[in-house]
Design a protein around this ligand. Structure first.
Ligand code: HEC
Ligand code: HEC
Length: 348
């Protein structure tokens, strides 16, 4: 039923990403996105290049090391479980917390909004989701908050625009949803007005089918299913890391192959190009060790030692427990090798 609208919508999105990519590429050769600049820098000094090539072929063995991170509180501790998810793998604050002009998170503005992402077809402001009754969601019922997260429907019944991951969040278990809402109600209220998002595109009639039945919990003992739940449903890693398809949210036949370009997220000056995290030996992470994958997720450092752009919510993922991080890595390693076309031209 939504297929046609989705087709239109994602054609539009894809076209828009491509247009922005080309513009960014011709105007801004400095853009520190993934591959291009690294090569350019390495190429600037011949001596370094040989060294860099060797290093890229086989980096020093790396041992992932951090203080032990305890497992999630039990599902019965709603606020504790909610905090574990929201401050960790869900990383809601990556979009919903206040940032300064340089894109850095500002203390005291947690969940108080102002993330902005500007695209030709929309300008999205992440709203204030603190319990402030005037400018936040303090007066919303649990059902209203749940519908906003799962289905992208606002308090007044209208449909939100992109880029929140409704199609992923619709499968959050009912217990975890209650936990997330309980935690949001527990954070300090901040009175802060955020502009409304501007949407210059035709929205589909709905993002997802209405969720009318309770959504069951997935037992962590089912390692692969629970790993998928953490990575895909709550972490929406696969939203950024899967190319957009014409007829659906993402082309999951190429899950993890990345290559979505995010122009100037959070007001940063650069654009971020989502990496290929499939098992492809050279273009993906097929040759990476588990420890190297963990370092990228938690510390934002690539296999070759390069610091990754801060668009991904590393500081949140740092709070993911040792157990859950293992499951995420196990699940990510199931993405079969595949490639997506980079929207960035090859010249530089
Ligand atoms: C990719 C950025 C992003 C992430 C991640 C994100 N959101 Fe959002 N969220 C938005 C944007 C943008 C809107 C507003 C969309 C609109 O109004 O068109 C929104 C709207 C909302 C709303 C409705 C608030 C209102 O006043 O309309 C709630 C509630 C919400 N988000 C909660 C969450 C929770 C909980 C999480 C984590 C599980 C989360 N969001 C993750 C970007 C994000
Ligand atoms: C908001 C979008 C977004 C989300 C969500 C996201 N990523 Fe990323 N990720 C990126 C971008 C963009 C890069 C590339 C950054 C760069 O090149 O500097 C990246 C890089 C990576 C890398 C390093 C790859 C390389 O070749 O260096 C890994 C591994 C990775 N992500 C895994 C994950 C996992 C696992 C999750 C979920 C826990 C996740 N990502 C969530 C956008 C995202």
């Amino acid at each position: 039923m939504f297929t046609n609208t989705f087709t239109q919508l994602y054609r539009l999105l894809a076209a828009c990403l491509l247009a922005v990519a080309l513009a960014a590429c011709s105007q801004d050769a400095e853009m520190p996105d993934s591959s291009g600049d690294v090569e350019a820098e390495a190429g600037s000094e011949a001596a370094d290049e040989a060294v860099a090539d060797e290093a890229a072929a086989e980096p020093e063995p790396y041992v992932f090391d951090r203080p032990f991170v305890a497992p999630s509180p039990p599902l019965t501790d709603l606020v504790g479980r909610g905090e574990y998810l929201v401050e960790g793998i869900a990383g809601c604050g990556n979009c919903h917390s206040g940032r300064d002009e340089t894109g850095e998170l500002v203390e005291g503005l947690e969940y108080a909004g102002n993330f902005v992402i500007e695209e030709p077809i929309f300008t999205a402001y992440a709203p204030n989701i603190t319990p402030d009754p005037e400018t936040g969601i303090g007066n919303w019922t649990d059902e209203q908050i749940e519908r906003a997260i799962r289905e992208g429907i606002r308090e007044d019944g209208t449909l939100m625009g992109p880029p929140m991951a409704f199609a992923y969040y619709q499968d959050i278990s009912s217990t975890d949803m209650a936990a997330i809402i309980a935690y949001l109600r527990s954070v300090p209220a901040v009175n802060r007005e955020v502009p409304e998002s501007i949407i210059n595109m035709e929205l589909p009639p709905a993002w997802v089918e209405p969720v009318t039945e309770p959504v069951p919990d997935i037992p962590p003992s089912d390692r692969l299913a629970y790993g998928r739940y953490l990575t895909h449903t709550i972490g929406h890693c696969t939203q950024c890391h899967t190319p957009l398809a014409e007829e659906s949210i993402g082309d999951f036949s190429r899950i993890g192959s990345g290559m979505n370009l995010y122009p100037a997220p959070f007001g940063f000056e650069w654009s971020a190009l989502a990496a290929n995290i499939t098992q492809h030996e050279t273009l993906g992470i097929g040759a990476w060790t588990d420890d190297e994958i963990k370092r990228a997720i938690v510390y934002g450092i690539s296999r070759d030692g390069r610091e990754l752009l801060p668009f991904m919510g590393y500081s949140y993922y740092e709070k993911v427990s040792d157990e859950d991080l293992d499951l995420i890595v196990e699940y990510v390693k199931t993405f079969p090798p595949s490639v997506a076309e980079a929207p960035v031209a090859e010249e530089h």
